[in-house]
Design a binder for this molecule. Sequence first.
Ligand code: UFG
Length: 343
Amino acid sequence: MKILVTGGAGYVGSHTCVELLNAGFEVVVADDLSNSSELALRRIEKITGKRVLFYQVDLCHKTNMREIFEEEQIGAVVHCAGLKSVAESVILPLEYYYNHLASTLILCNTMQAYGVRNLVLCSSGRVYGMPEHIPVDEACPVGNNVTPYGRVMVMVEEILRDLHTADPRWKIMFMRFFNPVGAHPSGLIGESPSGTPNNLMPYITEVAVGEEKCVGIFGDDYPTPDGTCIRDYIHVCDVAKGLRMALQHILALPDDTTGLVDAYNLGTGQGHSVLELVHEFEKVVGHPIPYEIRQRRPGDIPVDYCDPSKAERELGWRAEHTIAEMCRDAYNWRRKNPKGFGN
Ligand code: UFG
């Protein structure tokens, strides 16, 4: 079966393509390459020995989407495309609302027109905002004090719930991932942010290889044991596996099932502080990583890690990679690709 992966040349998207191809699916990628590179697709082919069909399209244009569904027999969609920086969304809210809402509306409209109703959405742990309880489970209310990025993902999920209400034949899963890090163990694909990275792991990696002087830690006066924020870091290959298993779950449902719409957390269930991550990385590289304490970053919440047990119970998925493997693979990727994909 052909699976359309939107954002398939991006960080999570490329690892998902590998996972899908290795599981025997055919993969069609739609990506505008605004924050990714076609080289990632060649690397996916190198890892898997299989071909990736590619459409360079802006998902916010209806005619582009129709062209893909006209040409290819798409059976399901994994929707990874979209802007994803929490901090940037606070500064550029309109861009974030437009990007996610327009692309999802056009995608679903086109899927409906072509009778494709199987959708796995890359959502985010950020939908919970300031979580009501920790560890965050799927029963935790969404939308509490969220950033524009979190809010638009809540909106996207609500739109998809309405779509399912209107036509219960849709099968939709929201995969809410926490902090994806690391890279494929081959070192052939990984995160390739354009410019200075915003996120913690890529920044630590730059300091580890001497490209940046020191890691700025945004606040050490949070109510946590060492004062720095706690997150649920998860290996990107575990995320990709979760997306693949969600897709297989949907596709295994009998045809006469009245669809489904459901949400799953993808995380390890363990929190690590910013300082702990720096120290884990030091163990991998074998030398100290300089850091300094800076001011808190707007929009950050002190503690955020999830209860991933629903995904284990219902999908048979659990994260396998350790924090040491996440650091090792991020470092390996960076050393083999000093300029990322050069995008
Ligand atoms: N941090 C630093 N220094 C840095 C970068 C980050 O101290 O240079 C801190 C942040 O303040 C935060 C923690 O490291 O406390 C993690 O920050 P990231 O930017 O790496 O990640 P976020 O938790 O802000 O957001 C990430 C992704 C989102 C995703 C979210 C949860 O960027 O796309 O995880 O799923 F939605």
